[in-house]
Ligand binder design. Structure first.
Ligand code: FES
Length: 169
């Protein structure tokens, strides 16, 4: 079983095979580097630790320091372990003036974690992020790859409860 901490990440043989399969796409689609790395991150506790960067570096031929610098730069990557579901609350101005803080408070209360924290069961990580590109439907959040728009505190709490029950995959 894979194990992730802030310092170390052990890659199981099954996960390594999946990483190799995904990374092999790079030779045919080098312009898809971002999407390839995001697909790999989904296989590794929603994080991109050093050990994963080292493995991917060997497979695709990009120096490890360059690859690690790339994933460290973009907010959608994390070099620390995160939960199965990464909940990102848009923190940009349009969402802020449309009630983002109330939505964040409702999510935080429902999940029992503050921004920057991961739930003890490893299911949820809560983060702020910049504009999700759907400002006309503010306030918005993203859970992994899915964007939810026009949220109220009540709708956000119900959505989180749906995730907790496993009604949303
Ligand atoms: S400001 Fe929140 S989606 Fe653009």
């Amino acid at each position: 079983m894979d194990q992730a901490t802030t310092n170390e990440y052990f890659i199981s043989p099954a996960t390594e095979k999946r990483i190799r399969d995904i990374a092999s796409r790079y030779k045919k689609e080098p312009h898809q580097l971002m999407n390839i790395l995001l697909d790999i991150q989904r296989e590794t506790s929603n994080s991109f630790p050093h050990s994963v960067a080292a493995l991917v570096s060997r497979i695709i031929g990009i120096p490890e320091a360059d690859l690690y610098g790339f994933v460290s730069f973009y907010a959608m990557f994390s070099t620390s372990a995160r939960g199965r579901y990464v909940v990102r609350m848009c923190h940009s101005a349009p969402c802020h003036v449309c009630g983002a803080q109330g939505v964040m408070d409702a999510i935080s209360k429902t999940l029992g974690i503050k921004p920057g924290e991961t739930s003890k069961d490893g299911q949820f990580t809560l983060e702020y992020c910049q504009c999700l590109g759907v400002c006309e439907f503010a306030p918005a959040i993203m859970v992994n790859d899915t964007v939810y728009r026009n949220l109220t505190p009540g709708r956000a709490a119900t959505l989180m409860e749906d995730y907790q029950r496993g009604d949303v995959m």
